[in-house]
Design a protein around this ligand. Structure first.
Ligand code: ADP
Ligand code: ZN
Length: 732
């Protein structure tokens, strides 16, 4: 037999299929092959009778790496699709489908000794064969008789090693090796599951979804409308029919909460997949799905590749979230991948959000997604009241602080009433930059075109882009003066200010700095939920999903921070952010309040956000997009050129640009835009960055995209990396 193998090379541009000889392998099996005189791992992607090469020269596959096919035929199809759609290398795509540490054989199943009775005799007979004073042995066999096979470590702990050894010698018990699965987040206990009686709107949503098992749905439900219950009920129904489901949440920080709810309801049939797990846990959870021991996968975007059999549904919560679009290699769009997988499996796709992405809402209006609406909160509470604090007025009144008068007052009221508050600020660290007051020097990262952030906890300057950390400056490296001004305030400083304002109040902080360990997200949120602190200060991490009944005040300290980017997605993102943050307030009995601080209160985005008027915002924004032919009315392609030296990048850029100009002249009406430039982030991680931006008409994508990709595949200079992104979320 001839097998086509993708060789799993770690770097480089090689994306070719090589033929090998072998016998008895299943397609999708990972194998060891000889490639360029080295033993290399690879994936069998095809089995065939003949080869285009000289068969006598083909090498033999050395051996399989696992005794099962790691990649199913379905996933291979998905791989083919992703490769074409996103211009990816085979090896990079296939790696997404397996736990990382399977490669290089860095993880194995965990085995343990299990003990069971070696005789069919009744308990009386067994006990009669033991001395009356051999208490431990008698207890042990009784235990085994009643409970069946048990791990020997459990028995040793309970009855002592001696008893077990003696019974083994007598031949009364026997041991065997069994595989045990490592379980992540064991401490998230399965509490009691209380089924809610579904409200009419929820029931309607569930019925609509289940009425079309191959449907595509957009569940547009305001924050607190009970979308999760809809997802869970749909899963329950499908699992009862023997189907598997994938439940995606936008961030790792949201997985513990969803995992808890799923485990409460579905117990061990739930598997968690995300990069924060230990390699053993990840491998075991993946295997449980693969072997059909678990039917429900939950996780962030990569869980869309869960090896689930008989897939019935993929559910994407907070579908608008930018994290569903991978912005580093391999780049892909989760909802497109989900759509493809659902199609192959005749499964349904359910996407939910309180602020659907413009693209999805537009697709719903076009009838490509079925729109389901849940416009009311479960508790019939009105959406929180939003007060806009005009920070320009505050400044004019002489308030130079970060808190407006109204926010200070609401904070005092909230704390006095025994409620909790969340303060939101999109900047971690102490303050955003350090500037010399004399010469205007601003501290920047050596490797990135990014200003450094002051961190008080270890008195250092840090680059939030690459993570590099620097000594704090005492003198300006430029003019030697030692007077610095610190720029905008960060989360850490907000906490410090709050501690001064309310000395008796406990404040928690949640941002990338306080959540570096594996389970710290969960811990901070749990502390806050338990009421151990009254105020939670955080970055966008606290914006979404979380449900804290005692929170009645949300403060958005920098409402317009993300508004003033040239990026066409900036307003949409700001709207989503403000609405999501506001949605954290008043989810229980007390009506919530939101204070939105801004320097541009007249901006349409903030006006709609303050009223939580999604449809109003949608109508306004979609018209702008249409007028400027931005997505969803066009497709944006960005070709990114990076390299340590500037010159080869520029040469490469110029060359590819010329070719694209040729292409454009053939399809003048389909190219809305084509230009080359430096990236807004000029340098990052010690590499220069240039880009070509392309905007093409929606209906020319099928025709033009392969040709654009072909241009990217042309001759390359060494030292230049080229990558392509479709509709990137981030144009930095
Ligand atoms: P969303 O995801 O739409 O923001 P959630 O699913 O978090 O909303 O639901 C909000 C709250 O309402 C949760 O505390 C949830 O337990 C509760 N809830 C959901 N459905 C019901 C119901 N049918 N009856 C009572 N409470 C419900
Ligand atoms: Zn840096």
């Amino acid at each position: 037999m001839i097998y086509s193998v993708i060789v799993d090379l770690s770097a480089g541009e090689v994306d070719r299929i090589f033929d090998y000889k072998g016998e008895g392998y299943e397609v999708g099996t990972r194998v060891l092959v000889n490639f360029a005189n080295r033993e290399t791992e690879g994936y069998i992607v095809e089995k065939k009778e003949t080869t285009d090469y000289d068969e006598s020269k083909l090498k033999q596959i050395i051996r399989p790496l696992e005794n099962f096919a790691a990649i199913s035929p379905e996933m291979l199809e998905l791989g083919r699709f992703m490769r074409q759609e996103y211009h990816l290398r085979w090896a990079d795509v296939l790696r997404l489908f397996i736990p990382a540490q399977m490669r290089g054989n860095r993880v194995k199943s965990l085995t343990k000794q299990q003990v069971c009775l070696a005789t069919q005799d009744s308990l009386d007979v067994i006990l009669n064969s033991l001395k009356p004073n051999a208490t431990m042995q008698r207890d042990l066999v009784t235990f085994l008789y009643l409970n069946g096979a048990t791990l020997s470590e459990t028995l040793n702990a309970e009855f002592g090693n001696a008893a077990l050894r003696a019974l083994k010698q007598k031949g009364l018990v026997q041991t065997q090796e069994i595989v045990v699965r490592r379980t992540p987040y064991k401490n998230i206990r399965t509490g009691k599951f209380q089924k809610h009686e579904l409200l009419a709107e929820q029931q309607n949503a569930v019925d609509t979804v289940l009425s079309d098992r191959q449907g595509r749905f957009l569940l547009y439900g305001v924050t607190g409308s009970g979308k999760t219950e809809v997802y869970l009920t749909v899963i329950e129904k499908l699992v009862a029919e023997g189907k598997g489901c994938i439940m995606l949440v936008p961030e790792i920080s949201l997985t513990p909460n969803m995992l808890r709810q799923l485990r409460e309801r579905f117990g061990d049939t739930v598997a968690l997949l995300h990069s924060g797990l230990s390699s053993g846990e990840r491998y075991d959870e993946w295997l449980r799905l693969k072997e059909g021991e678990a039917q429900i996968a939950v996780g962030a975007r990569s869980a869309v590749f869960a090896p689930i059999k008989n897939l019935g549904a993929i559910i994407i919560d907070e579908e608008h979230d930018g994290s569903y679009i991978s912005d580093f290699n391999p780049r892909y769009n989760t909802s497109e991948v989900a759509d493809f997988r659902a199609r192959q499996n005749n499964a349904l796709l359910l996407m939910g959000s309180a602020t659907p992405s413009l693209g999805s809402f537009y697709a719903a209006k076009q009838g490509k997604l079925k729109l389901i609406e849940m416009p009311e909160r479960i508790n019939k509470q009105p959406l929180p009241h939003v007060e806009i604090a005009d920070m320009r007025l505050e400044t004019r009144r002489g308030n130079k602080g970060i808190f407006s008068e109204v926010l200070k007052q609401r904070l005092s009221e909230t704390l006095a009433a025994g409620n909790q508050a969340m303060l939101f600020l999109n900047r971690r660290g102490y303050s955003s930059f350090l500037m010399c007051t004399k010469c205007g020097y601003v501290a920047k990262c050596d490797d990135c075109d990014v200003t450094l952030t002051v961190h008080r906890e270890d008195n250092r300057l840090k680059c939030h882009y690459c993570g590099k950390s620097y000594y704090m400056l005492d003198k300006c490296p430029n003019c030697k003066a030692s007077s610095f001004r610190q720029g905008k305030i960060g989360t850490q400083q907000v906490v410090e200010l709050l501690n001064k304002m309310f000395p008796d109040v406990k404040v928690l902080r949640m941002d990338a700095d306080t959540t570096q360990t594996k389970e710290s997200h969960g811990r901070i949120l749990e502390q806050f939920r338990q009421g151990e602190a009254q105020i939670l200060v955080g970055t966008q991490m606290i914006a979404k999903g979380h449900d804290f009944p005692k929170v009645t005040l949300v403060g958005i300290l920098d409402g317009d921070q993300s508004l003033h980017h040239e990026d066409y997605l900036a307003t949409e993102r700001t709207f989503q952010l403000v609405t999501q943050v506001a949605g954290r307030s008043g989810r229980d009995k007390d009506v919530g309040t939101v204070v939105l601080q801004t320097y541009t209160p007249e901006h349409y985005c903030l006006r709609f956000a303050a009223k939580q008027d999604y449809v109003g915002f949608y109508n306004w924004e979609i018209n702008l997009r249409k007028a400027a032919s931005f997505p969803p009315f066009s497709e944006i392609v960005r070709i990114l050129f990076t390299g340590e030296k500037e010159k080869p990048c520029i040469d490469q850029l110029t060359e590819q640009y010329a070719e694209l100009c040729n292409l454009k002249s053939k399809y003048p009406s389909d190219f809305y835009y084509l230009d080359k430039m430096r990236c807004p982030l000029k340098r990052a991680e010690n590499k220069y960055r240039f880009q070509i931006l392309i905007k093409i008409s929606k209906n020319s994508v099928q025709q033009l995209l392969p040709q654009i990709y072909a241009v990217c595949d042309g001759k390359k200079r060494s030292g230049v990396q080229i990558s392509v992104e479709r509709n990137p979320q981030n144009l930095a």
